[in-house]
Write a protein that binds this ligand. Sequence first.
Ligand code: SF4
Ligand code: SF4
Length: 293
Amino acid sequence: MYIFPINKITLFYTNICNLKCKHCFVSPLFNENQKMSNETFLKSLAFCKYNEIKKISISGGEPMLFWNDFKSLIKNFFINENIYFSICTNAYWAQNTTERLKILEDLKKHGVSRLEISTDSYHQEFISLDTITQCIVDAQNKGLDVIITICFENLLNEFNTIKKINKVISDSKNIRLKYVSNFGEAKNNCINTKPNLSLIEGYKCNQIGCPVITYTGNIYACCGPAFTLNNSNFYLGNINKNLIDEINSTLYNNKKIESLKKHYLCNLVPNYKTLFNSNKINSTCELCLYFMS
Ligand code: SF4
Ligand code: SF4
C-alpha cells in the first residue's frame, strides 16, 4: 500500500451552470440538473476532516448559484479546522458593483480563502474581462486570494487577457494557463488542442490523488476530465455508501495511481509520440486515460 497525503479535495457541487462555454469539459454532465444534497456535503467535509485535508475547493458547473445553500452548512468549519477553502467560479455575480462587494464580504465572513476565477476568450463571450479585472481588485482588497485560470488552444488569442490580468493580480504566479482538454464541448466543437510534445515530456499530473466528490457522492481519484467519463479506473467509491477507510484503501492500493504519482506520464506510455502523431491522442488527460485503461 502506497500512502501519501491527500493535498486537496474538490467538491463537484453541481452540474448546473448559467453559461455554455465552447470548451467546457463538464458539459456531458449538463443533461440532468443536479446539485449536492446537504447530507453529501456534510459527509464530504467529514471525509476531509478524517483525512486531515487542508485544502478544499468547490466547483461545478457554477457553485456560486448555490452559495446561499451551502454557506449555511459551512458555519465556522473552515475557520475552526484551519482549511484553505477555494471557490471556482465564472464570476457572473460580479457584474453589478454593489452586489459584487456584498458577496465578497460574505465570502470572507464565511472563511473562504480564495476565488478561482475562469476567464478566457470562451468565458468572455458571456462575462466581460472588465468585470473580471474589477472583481480581482475588489476581492484582493477584501483579503481574498485570487487565482485566474485561462484555458487556451492558441495562446496568442489570450494575449490581451493575460496582459490585463497581469496588471491587477497581486502575483503573476496566480495566473494558470491550461490547454483546453479535448472532452465535452471542446470535442464537439472540434477545437484543436494538440499540445507541444516537449511539454508532455516534463508532465507529471498534480491532480492525481487529489480526489473529487461529485454531487451524487461518487468519489474519483482525479478532479480532471476523467470523472466526467465515469472512468472506473479512477472510481474510489461513494461517500454515502462506503466507509472512509474503504475509500482510502481503494485509493492507496491502486498501482496505476501510484505510478502516476511517482513517474512522468510519458515514461509510463513509451509509445506516446506515435499516439500523438497519429492523432489517436490529443491531450495529456487522454494519454493518462490510455495508461489507466
Ligand atoms: S466552462 Fe465553466 S462556466 Fe463555462 S459552461 Fe463549463 S462549467 Fe460553466
Ligand atoms: S492527467 Fe490524468 S490524473 Fe491528471 S487531470 Fe488528466 S486524467 Fe486526471
